[in-house]
Design a binder for this molecule. Structure first.
Ligand code: BG6
Length: 478
């Protein structure tokens, strides 16, 4: 029997995004991002996207957990857990407050210099997402987000600025977070966070998504090309929300539908990894008559700017039934989904499927033949602080342990080339989907509630010590 162990040099760490933890939304000349115009929602209550910042509304990302002023303390705690890497994003609006300036904002650049230096002090490698739901709101208002070709240049300018400035401090990059989320093109939140699109009834959301996504893919490929010129040792990846699709039964229509849904969702990384659109997408947009603006030059850029690795988040799988929609009628993937009777759910109704992660790792390996990086995985849960200040979160340990057991099998038994594992929200932060603080993912508890009250004090949960042991034993002791 093979010894179940992770490879030497495996990148254990944790993941966050600037807008969900930094706060300080106006400090150092920062501009307003799309996250800054999203109010607090609740469990099953969507966040409102307001037209600018409206006084009196609760915008939880404005202050978040104030990582901007606490990062030294927080990175020290990550180091105590033994992190080898730390995934965060660079808030676009700290560097280009409105997005269309010609020169970057030095205060913003300096903040990330200091942050990366602090990581390196402890031997922690920064893993950086360039655009994690943080587009400057001005680009939405003045240009219509990525529906406008001009936004490609603004993104590339931002990317090149970061690549040049941090070329000796950051090796691992990703261009757009969960670029495939927008396949659910009728979802306001996903369209705004991915591409800066505001839905309204006058537009064909699906057609607009294919156009905006194309410009984003060109922007991503250009960034990869430019990045490699600046430092050929950079590793630049895609970042997708990989959700395995299972058929509800062995009925051929269910199986075909599962494949079709996979095609509707996962073509974004096909383009980024292969450098061209898969035939099924070309045929689909032709059949629907969308005619997006895709030039011959764009196609060359896509070929020249392919990614080095596949970064992905894994939270759940999904089941689809042809009783809901016939395979050839499928457009919006969410229309086909049915509950999975074989798995449990989180309090936020996210299905919990550790085996699906092993499936995902194999699927992505077979599809792309590239190294993989699990850059998000985790359980959002309510935590209780005991009278003595301790926080017992066996549910979180149980979730992560079961997932890591499957990851280890994929690596050791199936030969998957995995670079690392960074569980989501290693420190409690603002939920992207709901804006809640009470949907907690962290190993580190932050004293703040959904109304914004709290001391912001940090404390170690039981899972902190568990993860510390996992890293120390390089995953041998889960
Ligand atoms: C991913 C995002 O979709 O899921 C993160 O990349 C997000 O930004 C995470 O926070 C968990 O989702 P939520 O809605 O629970 O915060």
């Amino acid at each position: 029997m093979t010894k179940l162990q992770f490879p030497a040099g495996f990148l254990w760490g944790g993941a966050v995004a600037a807008h969900q933890l930094e706060g300080a939304w106006q400090a150092g000349g920062k501009g307003v991002s799309v996250a800054d115009v999203m109010t607090a929602g609740a469990n099953k209550v969507p966040r409102e996207i307001t037209a600018g910042v409206i006084p009196g509304k609760n915008y939880p990302n404005h202050d978040a957990i104030d990582f901007y002023h606490h990062y030294r303390e927080d990175i020290k705690l990550f180091a105590e857990m033994g992190f080898k890497c730390f995934r965060t994003s660079i808030a676009w609006t700290r560097i280009f407050p409105n997005g269309d300036e010609l020169e970057p904002n030095e205060d913003g650049l300096k903040f990330y210099d200091d942050l990366f230096d602090e990581c390196h002090k402890y031997g922690i490698e920064p893993v950086i997402t360039l655009a994690h739901f943080e587009m400057p709101y001005h680009l939405v208002e003045a240009y219509g987000g990525f529906a406008n070709r001009k936004v490609i240049d603004f993104f590339v300018r931002f990317a090149v600025t970061c690549f040049k400035r941090y070329k000796d401090k950051v090796k691992y990059w990703m261009t757009f977070n969960e670029i495939d989320n927008q396949s659910s093109f009728n979802n306001d939140f996903l369209m705004c966070t991915n591409s800066g699109l505001l839905l309204n009834n006058d537009k064909d959301n699906e057609a607009e998504m294919y156009q905006a996504a194309h410009y984003e893919l060109v922007a991503s490929a250009l960034a990869v090309k430019e990045g490699k010129k600046i430092n050929p040792d950079f590793k630049i990846g895609t970042m997708i929300n990989f959700t395995p699709v299972y058929p509800a039964s062995s009925k051929p229509a269910d199986v075909l539908l599962a494949q079709r849904l996979d095609q509707r969702r996962n073509w974004f990384s096909d383009v980024q990894a292969w450098g061209y659109y898969p035939a099924n997408v070309e045929a689909y947009i032709e059949r629907k008559g969308f005619r997006p603006d895709i030039t011959a030059e764009d196609r060359i850029v896509l070929k020249e700017g392919t990614v080095d690795y596949i970064g992905f988040s894994y939270y759940q799988s999904m089941v689809v039934s042809a009783d809901k929609v016939a395979p050839d009628d499928l457009a919006d993937p969410t229309e086909a989904v049915v509950p999975n009777p074989y798995v449990e759910k989180s309090d936020w109704d996210w299905e919990i499927d550790p085996v699906g992660l092993r499936y995902a790792l194999n699927e992505l390996t077979d599809r792309y033949h590239l190294p993989l990086f699990i850059v998000e995985n985790g359980l959002g849960a309510v935590d209780k602080v005991e009278d003595d200040g301790s926080i017992h979160d066996p549910y979180r340990v149980d979730y992560l342990r079961k997932h890591l057991e499957e990851v280890r099998k994929a690596v050791v038994l199936d030969g998957v080339d995995l670079m690392g594992y960074t569980p989501w929200g290693c420190i409690d932060l603002v939920s992207a989907g709901t804006g809640q603080m009470s949907k907690r993912y962290g190993f580190i508890y932050v004293d703040k509630d959904d109304k914004g009250h709290g001391t912001l004090a940090r404390s170690r949960k039981d899972s902190f010590y568990w993860y510390q042991k996992v890293i120390k034993t390089n995953g041998a002791d889960l």
